[in-house]
Write a protein that binds this ligand. Sequence first.
Ligand code: KG4
Ligand code: ZN
Length: 329
Amino acid sequence: MILAIETSCDDTCAAVVSADGEIRANVVSSQGVHDRFGGVVPEIASRHHVELVNAVVDDALAQAGAALPDLDLVAVTQGPGLVGALLVGVATGKALAAAHRLPLAAVDHLDGHVAANYLQPDPIEPPFVCLIASGGHTLLTRVTDPGGYELLGQTLDDAAGEAFDKGARLLGLGYPGGPALSRLAATGDPTAFDFPTAARVTGLDFSFAGLKTALLYKVRDLGEEETGRRAADLAASYEHAIVEALIARVERALAAEPDPRLAIGGGVAANRLLRERAAALGVPVHIPPPELCTDNAAMIASAARFVAPVSFPDYLALDAYATAHHHAL
Ligand code: KG4
Ligand code: ZN
């Protein structure tokens, strides 16, 4: 049995998962205090993690009907993310593991998003192409082993989730913007406005900065009143451009595979339009349920199964890291 803790951004998460990937508990406490700032304030996120983490861990254990002595492994997200926020989870994981002389697995958040695809009741096995699209990262990978991935392409500027969040902000929607923008888009016309999909970026890299700027100029041109009246059309056209930009690279990557299969992970994989477009690609597609796409600790426990655990007391020196380490196998 694995207890996992995830605190890389603004969600305080703990989960209990069995060695074969069955979720016994998956608790996510969203802080909900960042929307008035239009984004996550790192110092506030860290403080909230400190206040919430013990209760969230207790909740997960109680829901799983487990106690600390029942555990075989503690897992924690080591990075990438907000270092102050990560350190709360890392310190908590170390303390719980050390108190029971358990091993500790240090997990990469992005491996976690991939590993959401390995959880029960519908686990998949490599090889597959995996799109990881979250608030902080957008990458296209090839997974041949559950212990990691090979990087095929990544964003040259903003992440796809960041594009959703910034677009939502320009349209006066709250944070996190992805779900809000997507809800509004459902009532709009995706062909009303022609937003760029970075067609000039060749290969498997992404770019979303131009799209965000195009929306900014469009909102300025239309003026406040017209923007308000056409908000649903703007949202639908903007969402369409993000999703088509993602799908175009995914199709390119799949075309190079002898036996193409696709998996998706990260918060943007919760997006309804992306899920529909991916499902229509004509290859086998796996997307975790939405609650396993956005940040959670079950995916961290899942990834921990493929990480070499560190034994006590070696992990006491473990540190968090802020930026992605893409480890090729
Ligand atoms: O993976 P995640 O929960 O956190 C990070 O690792 O960043 O991803 C959060 C991102 C946010 O940018 C959020 O707006 C976006 O995922 N997101 C969505 C949806 N749900 C979450 N974007 C579009 N449509 C959604 N339904
Ligand atoms: Zn994430």
